[in-house]
Design a protein around this ligand. Sequence first.
Ligand code: NCD
Ligand code: ZN
Ligand code: ZN
Length: 416
Amino acid sequence: MMAHEVVVHTKITRGPSTRSVCIGIDDGMISAIEKNLDGDRVFHFDDFLAIPGGVDIHTHMRDPGMTDKEDFFTGTKSAAFGGTTTILDMPNTKPPVTNLLAIREKLDLVKSKANIDFGLFGQLGDIDDIPGLARFAIGFKLYMSDTTGAQAITKSLEHLLNSDHLAGKVVTVHAEDPRMFEGKDNSNLHRHNQVRSIKAEFMALKRILSIETPVKLNLAHLTTLESADLARANKSTYEVTPHHLLLHDASKIGTFGKVNPPLRKRSLMNRLFDDLATGRAIIASDHAPHTLEEKEVDFENAPSGLPGVETRVPLMMALAKKGILKHSAVQDMCCTLPAELFNLRKGKIEVGYDADLAFFDLDNMVEIDSEKLHSKCGWTPFEGHDAIFPAGVMLRGKMIVRGGELAIEKTGEFLK
Ligand code: NCD
Ligand code: ZN
Ligand code: ZN
């Protein structure tokens, strides 16, 4: 038997069952999955559950321009410690990624800081900028309303979404209809929810889904079962965030829970779990850190957005441990479905896929502690929530997180 470059002894889930296997790895890719394999290098995670490295298709790493909140090094390090090995980064950086020059400059600035693999979104604005952006962007972002650091699109959506250069591409939509925002007395989470209401979300979704277009519409951060039903009925992919599943408008976290779209009522939050049973949701973090100083102001003046790239998979692993979600569903929603949407050779433990793996000791459930997280922002809205963090993380066959340390830095590659 020929020895593989790397062999990992571990456990994997296949449907409802878990079994012990050896994963053979060559050239950074999974080359065999068997009961026994020989390797030049052997890693023992025999009693750990391996899942595919997480794929988070919605992050704001703030680089360039807002590196007091986060930068590409700290953001991708934070992701790695949470078992995520691929991120797709949003374009509302400074300057915004609205043309070829901007995406080239962003790529140049961030690529040497990436601890995990990454792709970049372009922001839809001027139709003439789409071909240039399309040379480097993995997908496009469309803002239907103003949100932190981004202005709503003012051009005709119909015209833009029918640009030849967008055909077949993913367009992720921030769907809130600003004409439906009710009032401005933005004094607490409850009021924030009333102002940027579920109706404003639902009507924006109806509008965007009524447009005939050859793009793949992906609907970001849906907050209600009704929104998700609408997406599924229209055969659109959609994202659900951990914060809309686990936090609500009466959570006692003040400005640290201020986010767009807002946290909803507890009853709606609970019903969002029914959607996960359809197996169609993509769990994405919408990791959007702001500094403590920026958040420690009165509610009206606090920016919207909260961090979550490091806690996304660990929170879901804890829900699986408690029997609230199936392990197979967690892997589908956090890894496989998001990778499939962007045609990435990631998100599955199968021969021919990148050897991106995260290893979990399922008996090691902990309470989230902001001091142990790695984002530059230094806080989390999930303080005290149950989570299971990975004991080791592998990116294309290399152990990047091991023994609580970032074992290999800056080995992330750009995905187009
Ligand atoms: C995001 C941010 O801060 O970049 N804020 C947020 O509340 N989600 C922008 C966004 O995705 O809307
Ligand atoms: Zn958004
Ligand atoms: Zn976002």
